[in-house]
Ligand binder design. Structure first.
Ligand SMILES: N[C@@H](CCC(=O)N[C@@H](CS)C(=O)NCC(=O)O)C(=O)O
Length: 257
């Protein structure tokens, strides 16, 4: 068992919440370091992440062009990029080995594996563990489409909109079907599949905050009829978000169904 996990990220971040919720459910140790999104260009991205000093700013070897979600230059150490070859946040480290763990679903899985014995990730049941991973893989595709959609929301076009709509329908059709036969997404117990669902679908429903921007460009909110089209998913989302392990992590008002 590892000694715990440290996560560096912009905050608040639903992708970090996945790990914090998992930690609450399995008693794992998770430390979070970070700042508001707009401030991360003023941080040194490193195992010992911290605000930049004048010397850091003068060190051109640290400067990397933001590639996904950041347009400014970012200051990342070589050690950070060795541990995190894709250079993204949330960026997690195993506290004992300093090994890098990236992708929010994988970080959450590492947290679950580092906690007290639990079956959030499927435990010793390899088939169930793989089934949970299957849900997480589909969730990542949905979440990646969402990231592209949000980053381009002010310059919407037909192709982008239809890609998002189809990723949304694909993921939620599957979740709705799964919830028709089981109480939880992967089976009859709570798993990482449920946690990623709450964080990523909850995040997607914030689309409503962009209603005017989307409508002004001639498009409708993709999630406008979420509750009617996906009733089991909506109930599951609300039910889980009210549980203490979730509600103490999720920012107040995030899930407003
Ligand atoms: N699918 C990844 C998304 C991570 C990601 O794309 N992070 C972006 C910010 S939203 C990033 O760190 N970009 C760094 C850069 O632009 O260099 C996850 O779930 O962790």
């Amino acid at each position: 068992m590892s000694s715990g996990i440290k996560i560096f990220s912009y905050l608040p971040n639903p992708r970090v919440w996945k790990s914090l919720i998992a930690a609450n459910l399995c008693g794992a140790e998770v430390e979070v370091v970070g700042d508001e999104p707009k401030n991360l260009p003023n941080w040194l991205w490193d195992y010992d992440a911290r605000e930049l000093t004048e010397d850091d700013r003068a060190n051109s070897a640290l400067i990397r062009k933001g590639r996904r979600g950041f347009t400014n230059d970012l200051y990342k150490t070589d050690e950070f990029l060795f541990a995190h070859p894709f250079g993204t946040v949330p960026a997690a480290f195993d506290l004992k080995t300093k090994s890098g763990i990236f992708e929010s679903n994988s970080i959450m899985r590492a947290v679950a594996r580092s906690g007290k014995p639990n079956n959030l990730f499927g435990g010793n049941d390899h088939v169930m563990a793989s089934r949970i991973d299957s849900f997480l893989d589909v969730n990542l595709v949905f979440s990646r489409e969402h990231q592209v959609y949000i980053l381009s929301v002010e310059k919407m076009n037909e192709v982008l909109y239809n890609r998002m709509k189809s990723a949304y329908e694909f993921y939620l059709d599957g979740i709705e079907s799964a919830l028709k036969v089981n109480k939880f997404i992967a089976g009859n117990f709570i798993s990482l599949a449920d946690i990623s669902f709450v964080c990523d679908v909850g995040y997607f429903l914030k689309e409503v905050n962009q209603k005017d921007v989307i409508k002004a460009q001639g498009f409708e909110l993709i999630s406008a009829k979420f509750k009617d089209e996906y009733p089991q998913s909506a109930d599951h989302l609300v039910g889980l978000s009210r549980k203490e392990e979730f509600s103490t992590v999720i920012t107040d008002g995030f899930i407003s169904l």
